[in-house]
Design a protein around this ligand. Structure first.
Ligand SMILES: Cc1ncc(COP(=O)(O)OP(=O)(O)O)c(N)n1
Ligand SMILES: Cc1ncsc1CCOP(=O)(O)O
Ligand SMILES: [Mg+2]
Length: 211
């Protein structure tokens, strides 16, 4: 299936979603509010939990025709038939992930604050590039800071959809989108909210204003 790589990109979080049931409810609310891509991100080594949760979220996403990407783990993505994988700079090679997942899979790559990483990811066959953190992140306080101007520069120099991540909220998303981001990836400012659907709608609105 061809997916639209634009809009709100929700990323799951083990602390904000302490059970699979809570995870499914929160992710569904975000999709109903307009999230276009979901990532399953769990940094634990509990393989059984990871398989169970990733499979459950994958079913939910498939029902809504939304792609689920698995963070870090192309093997898990292949095992549960997810739409793709998100790879950091130390999470394995793009060609190997492509081999495991196939031509249709979405492979996203973390580029931190580096245009050189982005150009390399593009040359190796990535489907999107991700920069950040653009703002202080509650989820990942030590993430490399990235400047807003990088988005505009990448827009001109790399022919791939761009994800911005790190401390993005409904209050600062507009400047990120104006600077050239095609997607905003959000954890805390989405999934820690009481009304996740309404928050997702607010993010979605900021993209709709520009389409
Ligand atoms: C969409 C998106 N962008 C960046 C990241 C960060 O990936 P990585 O640098 O590998 O860090 P971890 O998320 O694995 O801690 C991401 N997950 N998603
Ligand atoms: C995984 C990751 N990589 C850079 S910042 C970040 C966390 C994003 O979470 P939040 O939206 O809560 O800042
Ligand atoms: Mg990673």
């Amino acid at each position: 299936m061809q997916y639209q790589l634009q809009g709100l990109y929700g990323i799951t979080d083990a602390e904000l979603m302490p059970s699979t049931e809570v995870m499914l409810k929160k992710v569904e609310q975000s999709i109903k509010g307009g999230a276009k891509i979901i990532q399953y991100r769990d940094k634990s080594s509990d393989l059984q939990k990871r398989v169970e949760q990733a499979s459950a979220v994958n079913h939910l996403c498939q029902n809504h025709k939304i792609p689920l990407l698995i963070n870090d783990d192309a093997g898990l993505a292949a095992g549960i038939g997810a739409a793709g994988v998100h790879l950091g700079q130390s999470d394995g090679a793009i060609p190997e992930a492509r081999e495991m997942l196939g031509e249709q899979a979405i492979i996203g790559v973390t580029c931190h604050d580096s245009l050189a990483f982005a150009l390399q990811a593009a040359a190796e066959g990535a489907d999107y590039i991700a920069f950040g953190a653009f703002f202080p992140s509650k989820t990942k306080p030590n993430a490399t800071p990235a400047p807003l101007e990088l988005l505009m520069q990448a827009k001109h120099e790399v022919n791939l959809p761009i994800v911005a991540i790190g401390g993005i909220s409904v209050d600062n998303a507009a400047q990120i989108i104006d600077a050239g981001a095609d997607m905003v990836a959000v954890i805390h400012a989405l999934y820690a909210q009481n009304n996740i659907k309404a928050t997702a709608q607010q993010f979605h609105q900021q993209f709709s204003n520009r389409i």
